[in-house]
Design a binder for this molecule. Structure first.
Ligand code: ATP
Length: 280
């Protein structure tokens, strides 16, 4: 069985507060991308085996996909073994939810492979225990995401726009960025309601002007390159540019995939990985 695990970007990201359990309460408009990893899943007798073609992705128990498979076995008390190979295309530790996307894809695949008959809502509840972005990745469509990632309100698809992803030559730890966020002076967050309204109208320029991510200044304080990349994307003709998630990837939003290719061709950012993709 071959399945696609889609990357995401955050068109807006606000932090509303810290919960008693230590997690941050977020409010974010999340958008799936065409960019995806491919998981190849096959039945094994007993063993859970997770492998990948990417040197920075752990194999075996360190992989979030392994933890997802174990969680399914625990929850349903059945299921045999499975071999899962991850062809990694989504940059790692990049703010694009690559690990969460793989975990969500694995939950869906194992549900089928082991004939568990779990409904999407059941998988979303289980996904919540594996990683904050897993519920959104299971939903697989544009959504307003609240709570610590488990409160999902589907939005109309915002498909067909071009996206230029720029991944600097370093990763960041999501946990570190959130904990640094707490020591930053609170500033105004994005107007999430206005972002949603622009998205519903497919009004690219208004949306691009309203996009905001409260974690951007935190990651940029460690890596000023973030601000440079945003400037370069805008100078190259993107309608808007923003850091995704906790970063460090910055995306440029464009009217079409052809526009995104043109923007990408104008960039001169040595050391950065540039990927052209589109919204789904
Ligand atoms: P998010 O946007 O959800 O915060 P991210 O894109 O910043 O996620 P990931 O690519 O999910 O980050 O990787 C975070 C870390 O998780 C990596 O450094 C890697 O060691 C580990 N990891 C475990 N399993 C995977 C996987 N299947 N794919 C990628 N990374 C994985």
């Amino acid at each position: 069985m071959k399945i696609e695990a889609r990357a995401k970007i955050n068109l807006s990201l606000d932090v509303l507060g810290t919960r008693p359990d230590g997690y941050h309460e977020i409010l974010s408009v999340m958008q799936p991308l065409e960019l995806h990893d491919i998981l190849v899943v096959r039945a094994l007798e007993k063993e859970i085996r997770v492998e990948s073609d990417h040197p920075e992705v752990p194999e075996g128990p360190g992989n979030i996909v392994y933890r997802a498979a174990m969680a399914v076995r625990r929850e349903y008390g059945r299921g045999g073994g499975a071999g899962i190979f991850i062809h990694k295309k989504i940059p790692v530790a990049a703010g694009l939810a690559g690990g969460s996307a793989d975990a969500a894809a694995a939950l869906g695949a194992l549900n089928r492979l082991w004939g568990l008959g779990a409904a999407l809502e059941d998988l979303i509840r289980l996904g919540e225990t594996i990683g904050s972005d897993v519920p959104f990745c299971l939903l697989g469509r544009t959504a307003l995401v609240g709570g610590k990632g488990e409160v999902l309100t589907p939005l109309p698809p915002f498909s067909g726009f071009g996206v230029v992803l720029v991944k600097p030559p370093f990763g960041v730890s999501t946990a570190e960025i959130y904990s640094l966020y707490d020591s930053f002076p609170a500033g105004p967050g994005p107007d999430t309601g206005a972002v949603v309204r622009a998205l519903e109208k497919r009004d690219l320029n208004t949306l691009a002007a309203l996009m905001g991510n409260v974690l951007e200044k935190v990651t940029a304080s460690l890596h000023p390159e973030i601000t440079e990349i945003k400037r370069s994307l805008m100078a190259a003709g993107a309608a808007g540019a923003l850091m995704s998630g906790s970063g460090p990837t910055v995306f440029g939003l464009c009217a079409s995939p052809a526009d995104a290719r043109m923007v990408a061709s104008r960039l001169k950012l040595p050391g950065c990985r540039v990927i052209v993709t589109s919204t789904l």
